[in-house]
Design a protein around this ligand. Sequence first.
Ligand code: DC
Length: 230
Amino acid sequence: MTTSMEPVLAIDGPGGAGKGTVSRLIAERLGWHLLDSGALYRLTAHAAGKHGVALDDEQALARLAETLDVAFLAENGKARVILEGEDVSRVIRTEEVGERASQVAVLQAVRNALLARQRDFQKAPGLVADGRDMGTVVFPHAALKIFLTASAQERARRRYLQLQESGSNASLSSLLNEIQARDARDIQRAVAPLKAADDAVELDTTELPIPDVVDRIQRLLAELGFKPSV
Ligand code: DC
């Protein structure tokens, strides 16, 4: 249970719905901390590859998750993720690591191992928490819970454009297949499945531009008394 009184904005939803961008923009406007919980699952999956730990060795993966030597840095406005002294900011964003992260994320012991680490991010003046189970499991007392969705086609299209911009190649149809497979695993898993909390506000971003999504969330926060700091 979350006992601290620092406010949390929980933003959950499937990959590619815009959670990352929206969470970052709102955290900047409010001057709140940011938790990218997916990065912790990606880091665990990446560290497993590095240390030769099998993706079904639940206990070894949980130990790895608990003892991850990781630092989240912000340099010149860019987020950097350092694992065991190595900059892994780019490699953990690949489709391959995302797929492995989704496999690791079905394991209860791994999720338990990452729970305290995620709750440690809840500090003054507040936290924007981005993930799949922020509002349902990690921060059930969040001040505001948002569930962001978008059609699988639109999410695949966004990912395709993102990869093209970074100079990587991928086909739209293979991205769509991967997104659908990952959605299925995240939704169907027994432990902390991807789903909207009963008290979450659902926003479909398929045809809603990011600035409008941010404005809507900001209005909801303002109604609760949380105003931008900048
Ligand atoms: O948001 P992302 O693509 O970085 O997440 C990678 C994987 O991690 C995703 O397939 C599901 C898992 N995940 C999770 O199970 N719970 C979270 N709170 C965040 C991510």
